[in-house]
Ligand binder design. Structure first.
Ligand code: SAM
Length: 345
């Protein structure tokens, strides 16, 4: 069976389909890499379309696997396509597309979690942060175990305008387990509101576009998959150092249903807990009986400022790390605390 990718700007020669290639190479999805493939062209075309207009743009696809989404992206005529795949078994599949793509596509075998994208795209595409979004797109259907740590890492990079975001407000289109996709867009008071909601919405305008049923994947996962787009904001809603915000949001949402005064207590060592958690909520003018999932972005901003104020009085406080598993207090290693302590000292 042959498939042909055609288009006015780019015409790929007829190629064996990813499904046939998987059979030909006797490839089995690797459980430890959570490999579930999308092989239905209608679904991969819709996914590539979700990224918006990519014609002429630089696109980076993360986790292309056998390359079905890659083909759908190529059909939309990007100026350049870079794919980053961790599993070298897919190299022949991807090299076949690379050769057919008239030098528009490059394959990188590597781990997206440690990849530096700060020089990956065309220099001519760099824009200032306040400008419109540059013609650069990050697209990926990654394993669930990778997509959540990846988006947190990328939010940090967005906050620092580094990595791909040294080119400006680069947009992303990613998949998550459906329930996680719902969390990324959950508002205060919503059933799914959690740390991820606050973090994603602080630095990005987030849209949960649609779901793909688990049955559309080979092999099918037991869950459905949500497609989410992220567009970095010019100004985050909660301002401040990423690690400081991350710590306050993490601790203030650590017990979803409890009063936020209990959550605030986890920011402070046992002997200061009661006094400082009340002081922090007092300064922030937050009702101690608000539940974690009810906290608004404005309240988070005030909580971050209040915690920063307390840490600037006692810089060692920022190193305190609550652990529910041990009775003793745990203090972060210096490197975990560097960003904040260096700015606060
Ligand atoms: N995008 C393909 C599709 O939709 O058919 C494959 C999806 S599969 C869920 C995820 C792919 O991401 C696999 O090919 C896997 O090897 C790759 N992958 C997993 N972790 C990765 C990482 N850290 N960096 C780059 N690729 C990764």
């Amino acid at each position: 069976k042959q498939t042909a990718l055609t288009g006015s700007a780019l015409r790929l020669p007829p190629l064996p389909s990813p499904r046939d290639l998987i059979k030909l190479y006797k490839l089995r999805a690797r459980k430890q890499l959570s490999q579930n493939f999308l092989l239905d062209t209608r679904i991969t075309d819709k996914f590539a379309k979700s990224a918006g207009k990519i014609e002429g743009a630089d696109v980076c696809e993360v986790g292309p696997g056998p390359g079905s989404i890659t083909r759908s992206i190529l059909k939309r005529h990007p100026g350049r396509l870079i794919v980053i795949e961790k599993d070298p078994r897919f190299l022949p599949f991807l090299q076949m597309l690379e050769e057919a793509s008239q030098s528009r596509m490059n394959v990188v075998v590597g781990d997206v979690l440690s990849l530096d994208m700060s020089k990956m795209f065309r220099e001519s595409l760099r824009l200032s942060w306040e400008d419109t979004c540059p013609d650069i797109h990050l697209i990926g259907n990654l394993p669930f175990s990778v997509s959540t740590p990846l988006i947190i890492r990328w939010l940090r990079d967005i906050s620092l305008k580094q990595n791909a975001w040294s080119y400006g407000r680069v947009r992303m289109t990613l998949t998550f387990q459906k329930e996680v996709a719902e969390r990324t867009v959950a508002e205060a008071n919503g059933r799914q509101r959690c740390r991820l909601s606050v973090m994603c919405q602080n630095w990005c305008d987030v849209k949960h576009l649609y779901n793909i049923p688990g049955s559309a994947f080979v092999p099918p996962p037991e869950v459905d998959v949500g497609v989410v787009t992220f567009r970095p904001k010019i100004e985050p809603t909660i301002k401040g150092d990423f690690h400081l915000i991350e710590k306050v949001v993490r601790q203030m949402t650590c017990f979803r249903q409890k009063y936020c005064i209990t959550c605030a207590g986890t920011l402070f060592p046992e002997h200061l807990r009661k006094q400082l958690s009340h002081k922090m909520l007092d300064i922030a003018e937050v009702n101690p009986e608000t539940r974690a999932f009810q906290l608004t972005m404005d309240e988070f901003q005030r909580l971050v400022m209040a915690y920063e104020h307390l840490c600037s009085d006692q810089p060692k406080l920022f190193k305190y790390k609550f652990s529910s598993n041990v009775d003793e207090d745990v203090w972060m290693e210096d490197e975990d605390a560097t960003t904040f302590t260096s700015t606060s000292n």
